[in-house]
Design a protein around this ligand. Structure first.
Ligand SMILES: Nc1ncnc2c1ncn2[C@@H]1O[C@H](COP(=O)(O)OP(=O)(O)OP(=O)(O)O)[C@@H](O)[C@H]1O
Length: 633
């Protein structure tokens, strides 16, 4: 990377020199033609040839420098984007989800693009801007130093004025960035919160904040421009070719008329003099590009330096699908524990429900299984192996996630489902879409399975969730972490989701993050969390008999309208399967639910039909919480 860049810079420097040579040749020719001696072809044509040859060489070398710098830039962009993508892929998921998609896009696209400007263009421009004037100045000094010095005067004055204009630029630039950020924040607040602020009649309020931010920026910018306009304009004016020519001609005329200098020498100053100060005109924008390139490089380095999830030196292979948490503690900030001393055993083929008040640590516990974070103390094992020792691809082959806020990629429907198993055939994809109750909807899309999502075509929340279920089915993980689905607006869609979840849950180990108790009353184990600790654990009836925390929560939710959430369907699917063990021939799902058999046949379990007595019951006590959850990955 460095070697091609050095080569490009060297080529550009020679090209810049060659660009000045024709002017020098013309100046020498002018001297020869006017020095009184008889003009001969031998004294003329070699100079003309030199001018033409070096002019052509300047073009060719400049072109070659551009090709080399662009190739170097291409290699840099490719390797940077690869490194960034690989690194982002190895970051803890929580870190990635903390970063906005805008920040990732900015690093991978905008910052790499800013480096393109720097590597492919700015470095060559700066090389030309330094080389050509230096060569021109050296030549003019060889012609006549007494006129070369005044030719430098406009440049010196320009630098002085430019320095005045740039005084305090660092602080001003910081203020400029802060003012821009205020506008962005107000604009984002206005755009993203528009539904909420409008609902509460505060649309005007948010709009006013945006207007205030733009007005603040406008006032700051006007002050800044007023202060810098005069010196920066003067700096640009004094280095214009006309100003430089005037200086050279005035002093040159005096030297010529006084007989101190031959008139022919003036030609060199008239032709080459303006080159000395010309770079001043673009120095501001090139400095800006250099700064932007440096800032982009810093941001990229910071991202690449963000610690990735440690990879095991000796990768472990899980033996089975039993998940166990051993004395697990976790803290987000290193001070307060979000989870403390959690011991939990998820036996194959069982349903474990996590319940508890808001903030008790349910989602945090589920996130630890996905290695969104690593435990602070204790360990989590899958099939006897610490999940930190299991390569991530292997881990996600065993543990699947169905979360509320489904992210679909801008790719075809088939490819979105195929994320579950990249080598799946088209038939596999279709089968899983059928099992996830989304096949018919996909066929109704403009290009069926080839329809690109998130371009012109968008799916509803319920449809997206069924795609994610098809994806999970395709991956065929033995363990599923399910974040209880919130109610979907369309009851038809909700029924289909329940059916899809039933299929997904059958025979697998399930960890359900439940916000509604009624949805998980039939779970094999209900784990009650409070303030990050397990305070109770057992089956529904057992916990009710114990008359403790769970019974208290249950009573608080009794008498509410029946609930039909995804978690209910999933736990019921397990329930029906488990109950069907006595009559194993009754349903394929009954076979699948055998806790001893760890394999997971994909035959659909019967969808829940009627509400069980124990299930009738709960409304969403934490609707605000559900809203927040929906915003999470
Ligand atoms: N990203 C985070 N950074 C810092 N603290 C967090 C973060 N996420 C959660 N917490 C804190 O960790 C604790 C457990 O939160 P968690 O979301 O796991 O609870 P929960 O039981 O899932 O709550 P809810 O039912 O409201 O979703 C809370 O005190 C919460 O404030």
């Amino acid at each position: 990377m460095r070697r091609p860049l050095r080569a490009a810079i060297a080529l550009q420097a020679v090209a810049a020199l060659c660009g000045v040579v024709p002017l020098v040749a013309i100046a020498v020719l002018a001297t020869r033609l006017t020095d009184g001696s008889a003009p001969t072809g031998g004294r003329t044509w070699p100079l003309v040839s030199l001018a033409c040859g070096s002019g052509l060489a300047a073009l060719a070398l400049g072109y070659a420098a551009n090709v080399v710098s662009h190739l170097a830039d291409n290699t840099l962009q490719l390797s940077l984007r690869r490194d960034l993508a690989r690194h982002i892929g190895r970051l803890p998921l929580a870190k990635v989800t903390d970063m906005t998609s805008g920040a990732i896009k900015s690093a991978v696209q905008d910052d790499v693009q800013a480096l393109h400007m720097l590597v492919a263009h700015t470095l060559l421009d700066v090389t030309s801007l330094l080389t050509a004037p230096t060569f021109a100045l050296i030549y003019l000094f060889t012609v006549d130093w007494r006129l070369a010095l005044p030719s430098l005067a406009p440049l010196a004055l320009g630098v002085f004025l430019f320095g005045r204009a740039m005084a305090g630029a660092k602080e001003q630039m910081a203020e400029y960035g802060a003012a821009q950020a205020r506008i962005t924040t107000a604009a984002v607040e206005f755009a993203t919160g528009i539904a909420v602020v409008k609902t509460f009649g505060r649309g005007r309020n948010a709009y006013e904040r945006f207007v205030a931010a733009t007005e603040g920026f406008s006032q700051f910018f006007t002050r800044w421009v007023r202060r810098t306009l005069l010196p920066s304009t003067a700096a640009l004016l004094v280095v214009t070719p006309v100003a430089v020519l005037l200086a050279s001609v005035c002093v040159g005329a005096a030297l010529v008329t006084s007989g101190a200098m031959p008139a022919a020498d003036l030609v060199a100053f008239v032709l080459i003099g303006p080159l000395i100060s010309a770079p001043m005109g673009v120095v501001g924008s090139r400095m800006q590009q250099l700064r932007a390139g440096q800032a982009a490089a810093r941001r990229i380095t910071t991202l690449l330096d963000t610690p990735a999830l440690p990879e095991a030196e000796h990768p472990a292979v899980p033996q089975g699908s039993r998940v166990a948490l051993h004395n697990v503690s976790f803290s987000y900030d290193g001070r307060v524990d979000a989870l403390t001393g959690i011991d939990l055993d998820l036996r194959p083929g069982t349903v474990t429900a996590l319940v508890g008040p808001s903030g008790s640590g349910k989602s945090t516990l589920a996130a630890l299984l996905a290695r969104f974070h690593d435990v602070t103390a204790g360990s989590i094992t899958l099939g006897g192996a610490d999940i930190r020792d299991i390569p991530l691809t292997e881990l996600y082959r065993h543990i699947g996630f169905v979360l509320q806020d489904v992210r679909l990629l801008r790719a075809s429907v088939a490819d979105n489902i195929r994320l579950g198993r990249p080598d799946a055939t088209d038939d596999d994809v279709r089968q899983m879409a059928q099992a996830a109750q989304i096949h018919d909807r996909i066929l109704a899309l403009p290009n069926g399975y080839d329809t690109v999502l998130n371009g012109g075509t968008h799916l509803s929340g319920g449809e997206s969730q069924r795609i994610s279920i098809a994806r999970a089915l395709l991956g065929n993980p033995q363990v599923i972490v399910l974040d209880e689905a919130t109610a979907f607006a369309d009851p038809g869609s909700e029924a289909l989701i329940q059916e899809a979840l039933s299929t997904l849950a059958a025979g697998r180990t399930l960890l359900v993050v439940a916000h509604r108790l009624a949805t998980v009353a039939s779970a094999d184990s209900i784990v009650v969390l409070d303030a990050g600790r397990i305070v109770e654990q057992g089956r529904h009836e057992e916990l009710l008999r114990r008359n403790g925390r769970y019974a208290q929560m249950w009573r608080a939710q009794e008498g509410r309208p029946p609930d039909r959430s995804g978690a209910e369907a999933a736990t019921k699917a397990h329930g029906s399967a488990r109950d069907g063990v006595a009559d194993r021939s009754a349903t394929p799902a009954a076979d699948a639910a055998d806790p001893v058999a760890e394999t997971s046949p994909r035959a659909p379990a019967p969808a829940p039909t009627a509400e069980e007595p124990g299930h009738a019951g709960a409304d969403e006590p934490e609707s605000a919480v559900s809203d927040r959850k929906a915003a999470r990955p």
